[in-house]
Design a protein around this ligand. Sequence first.
Ligand code: GLC
Length: 679
Amino acid sequence: MSSSSSIGICTMKPSCRILISYKGSSIFGVSPHRTNPSVARNLSKSQFKSIYCRSYSSSQILGHKGSVGPSRRAFCVSDQGWSQYGSISSICCVHNLKGSKRGILVIPRIASDTRNQSTSVGAHVNEKGFERIYVQGGLNVKPLVIERIETGLGVVEEREDRVEDDNLSVHTESFTGLNERKDERELSEIEKEAWKLLRSAVVNYCGAPVGTVAANDPADKQPLNYDQVFIRDFIPSALAFLLKGEGEIVKNFLLHTLQLQSWEKTVDCHSPGQGLMPASFKVRSVPLDGSDGAFEEVLDPDFGESAIGRVAPVDSGLWWIILLRAYGKLTGDYSLQERVDVQTGMRLILNLCLSDGFDMFPSLLVTDGSCMIDRRMGIHGHPLEIQALFFSALRCSREMLIVNDGTKKLAAAINNRLSALSFHIREYYWVDMSKINEIYRYKTEEYSTNAINKFNIYPDQIPSWLMDWIPETGGYLIGNLQPAHMDFRFFTLGNLWAIVSSLGTQQQNEGILSLIEKKWDDLVGHMPMKICYPALESEEWRIITGSDPKNTPLFFFCSPWSYHNGGSWPTLLWQFTLACIKMGKPDLARRAVDLAEERISADQWPEYYDTRSGRFIGKQARLFQTWTIAGYLTSKMLLEKPEMASQLFWEEDYELLEMCVCALNKSGRKKCSRSSSRS
Ligand code: GLC
């Protein structure tokens, strides 16, 4: 869309106006501290909208045309013109009936920017200065009042006054270098098709790309929520675009999802933590109240309140942080992660993850279905996937967090958690032949701090399949660990991400790849890769999944190995590729990519495959699944540009190891089993 074709007015989401007040600032001529919060909260959607929309006229808008910065695409109201409304942070697009865009306005602060505003110029604003945030809700959203934001670690958010004319617009200059990179070779027909499909999955908001839909199957009459932009699904799309030198969509995605983070989310009468990122969002067009035939685009997030089973999207925030780092690494544009609003968003996620609870373990305690496996599959508690993403997000934050007086406690908490978490996972999640034998001979009911069998694991828990399956060499990290419970299933994403982030030791990481190689037929089969191995069977399936027919069990009258229950998910190819490149085994990744290439396009890019070896297109699999397409493209590009791949993984951090050794020594432990990895 050309900039000249747009004019703009108004809001982030008509159904969820955001009204944010600060001491001393005035909104619509009403001083917020004189406004009774309940009045603000009780304004109806239309009352609110009418106040809001009356506060500027089209002539005002057009009158400020000249103030649009070079990187803006719209007629915007100048910052100066808006300073009196400085506490409003919202965006919308207005279209006429025919759908041609009449305009957009990008008001120079996205929602989370409001967290960073101050009425005092250039100063940090303390807790008193930052009074309240009121969110006037519509639809699912109810008013939000935030007295202040605390980090949960005794750190109160400080706010800076920072005027950024084009917070939401993309600095295309940053990508100049990347765009100049030319593809060295002619793309294959499959790659060309994949790029075409990926581009057709792009979702625009206010004329700018902000993400990709989960699936884009024209024949699908019941897309459910597959027509939404899922945070986790967008990661391979983002990487494909970044590796191709196209950063705009990724930057927009990061900033818009950041906006959504500060919305209040409710399931019934309960609100989860403020830092929660949505599982997905949709761009909707809604008629503009009181206007003739005009409509506006709004972002409508799902924080789990609509998701099947009301699952909490714990992984979204972790992926968001991981992508933020990747964006900086692959574009060289570190200014995004340095922005105050982005730093604040990151801190909110971290606060949510690092807040004190009842936990005895450093691993993150979550409910079932809180990640890629977003249905009940017995992965509540401390599932490996979440731990690996948590660890990665902490490593990213360790690099990106700007440390100052306000964040030094958080920085220390990140370091402590990193070393405790890696110790915990390396020590207690790892299994190989000798560890299983050790568990097999465990004594139980040990009481004391010196217990060997700390979690009171009963040896009978070792499943019979594992005894035969575990190779002489190599091993893996188990799926979950809780008191008296080890989930011995192999979960692919968690294991791959443990390699990528160096959550495992070098030896363990090598062991995981070695096991995948040895168990190729089980874990890769006809289509990379199994989401988990093996599938749950009969009674276990009934109890663990709650008799979920989509997660079809290994049952004599069912076609077994389906969907999350041992199905094969081609999107995992990019994570496998990254892990192989890191471990110096690109040929192994090539083997998997070649295998996928044999049929993935002919099969129309399915979401997942069924059967033990992944031979059939999944019973209910979507076709033209975007992360299947993007995962394939990302794998191809990572293999072609290993130097770019190396920006996306981490080596061992010896400083963290040192901290762990010291902590264990202090607590009287004799040895740290990881000290060997130093060599
Ligand atoms: C399924 C997957 C989930 C994915 C979503 C959209 O629910 O389990 O991981 O994000 O589909 O593709």
